[in-house]
Design a binder for this molecule. Structure first.
Ligand code: GLU
Length: 478
């Protein structure tokens, strides 16, 4: 069997979102599952829709997920160039071949003339087909007018590796533009030439192209090119309505998830589940595992929902299960500024404490700031605490003083802190909801923190006592 070669062929018309990247992931997995090659091709032939930086966004998005390509615009390969605007001569020579074979002709109509023909068909309640209006004599092509494919309407039956057996009638085939008046090819033409020249074995692309497959089949025939395996994954839908995930529907750019600290592992799992499962209840797969087990035959036909909630759950899972050092490495850019001067060991301790509650890495500053710097005293924290707000200031100060006295005698090991604070509960005759909340607020200036014993242990004795003192002074002055 020939080598499996798949491609991701985005148009640089905007930033990638999860729906588009799902196509890339499936194409990557199909290639790697069979030790094949994954190719990145930039389809920039629609000059009006090209957006600056979109190619860079595509590259960065794929790199974020670790979907590395074997051939592509930035790294080259044996079948380059991999950017369509750099392949215009290739398309031209294939177009000339079609002209010679009488399978392409110059479109002689002006915009207005075409519009008039369309309107006429409409008033006659007939579908407009260009092939009903072919010119009787073909002009010579000088590149300034569009070139159309001369189609041969017929019935087709074909198999889609995901959607199964499909068929179409002659009415879905018409003469379509292959080279536009600006000299650029259309997608309909260029991708067929490129897939052939780049030896693509599997064309994996989104549902929007399915209705066009009959015309592609007609063109493959005219060009005498063998049709690659086609696979069309189901639509990716919005979480809240059943509409296709799209920029217009508020789909986030993939790189926004990177920015807030969604680990690539979690995103890969979320995206892999969009229309695929391994037949078990497993939800956690590494990219390597996916490469081993992914099969197109297990991709479903009905739409799949992208869920941010599930993504956060998966992210939390990876945050808690990744190896400590690996995680430490991944969170590097997310620490608050105040963490700069702290050692790796200290940060690791903090990370181990906060990671139970961490859903995405950008929450790290909020959850960890107090481990690195003294936050200003916020009396609202006491006033807003339903148990503490019932106490008089003098009672609170008294509790803080007793806490200080007890903690001064502690070596701040977790065991000893547990012992001392439990004694203190008895001594003050207060429930943890009061005493521990107060200690938490005094030492962290936050309404919530990891377990109090562990928090104090990491903060250390000196800093904890200083903060308790500061609150005593603050309240006594009030
Ligand atoms: N350039 C097309 C797009 O971005 C890709 C279609 C394909 O994968 O063949 O929608």
């Amino acid at each position: 069997m020939e080598q499996v070669r798949t491609r991701f062929a985005p148009s640089p018309t905007g930033a990638l979102h999860a729906g588009a990247v799902r196509t890339a992931l499936f194409a990557y997995l199909v290639a790697k599952h069979s030790n094949g090659k994954f190719i990145l091709r930039i389809e920039d032939t629609d000059q009006l829709r090209n957006v600056d930086n979109a190619t860079q966004n595509i590259i960065d998005s794929l790199k974020y997920l670790g979907l590395n390509w074997d051939e592509g615009p930035d790294i080259g390969g044996s079948f380059g160039p991999y950017t369509q605007s750099q392949r215009l001569d290739i398309y031209k020579s294939w177009a000339n071949k079609l002209i010679t074979d009488k399978r392409a002709y110059v479109d002689p109509y002006s915009k207005e003339e075409l519009e008039a023909l369309r309107t006429k068909a409409k008033t006659q309640k007939k579908p407009f087909l260009f092939r009903d209006h072919r010119p009787t004599k073909f002009e010579t092509w000088n590149g300034t007018k569009p070139l159309r494919f001369l189609s041969e309407p017929k019935t087709y039956k074909w198999n889609d590796a995901i959607m199964g057996n499909l068929s179409s009638g002659p009415e879905s085939i018409d003469d379509f533009i292959i080279i536009k008046s600006d000299g650029f090819p259309t997608y309909n033409f260029a991708h067929i030439i490129d897939d052939y020249l780049m030896k693509i074995s599997h064309v994996i692309r989104s549902q929007e192209f399915l209705p066009s497959v009959p015309k592609f089949l007609n063109l493959y025939e005219a060009l005498n090119i063998q049709v690659p395996i086609m696979a069309t994954p189901p639509q990716v839908l919005n979480e809240n309505n059943s509409r296709k995930l799209s920029k217009r529907e508020g789909a986030k750019q993939l790189l926004e998830y990177k920015k807030i600290g969604i680990l690539p592992e979690a995103m890969i799992n979320m995206i892999a589940s969009l229309g695929w499962n391994d037949g078990t209840n497993n939800e956690i797969f590494s990219l390597e595992q996916l490469v081993k087990i992914f099969e197109l035959s297990r991709v479903q036909r009905s739409g799949a929902r992208f869920s941010e909630q599930r993504l956060l759950w998966l992210n939390g899972y990876y945050i808690r299960h990744l190896d400590e050092n690996q995680l430490l490495n991944k969170v590097k850019s997310f620490w608050p500024k105040s963490a700069t001067k702290y050692s790796k060991e200290y940060k690791l301790k903090v990370l181990n404490l906060i990671k139970e509650r961490l859903k995405y890495l950008d929450e790290i500053p909020k959850l960890s700031e107090f481990f690195f710097s003294d936050l200003p005293i916020n009396n609202q924290l006491i006033l807003k605490n339903s148990s503490l707000s019932k106490l008089k200031t003098s009672e609170i100060v008294d509790l803080l003083k007793k806490t200080k006295a007890s903690l001064m005698k502690s070596d701040f090991s977790i065991e000893n802190l547990t012992e001392k604070l439990n004694e203190l509960l008895k001594l003050t005759n207060q429930p943890p909801a009061i005493l521990f909340s107060l200690i938490r607020i005094a030492t962290t200036q936050s309404p919530a923190s990891p377990a109090i014993f562990e928090t104090l242990n990491v903060l250390d004795k000196d800093r904890s006592l200083k903060r308790i003192d500061a609150l005593i002074n603050n309240l006594s002055e009030a």
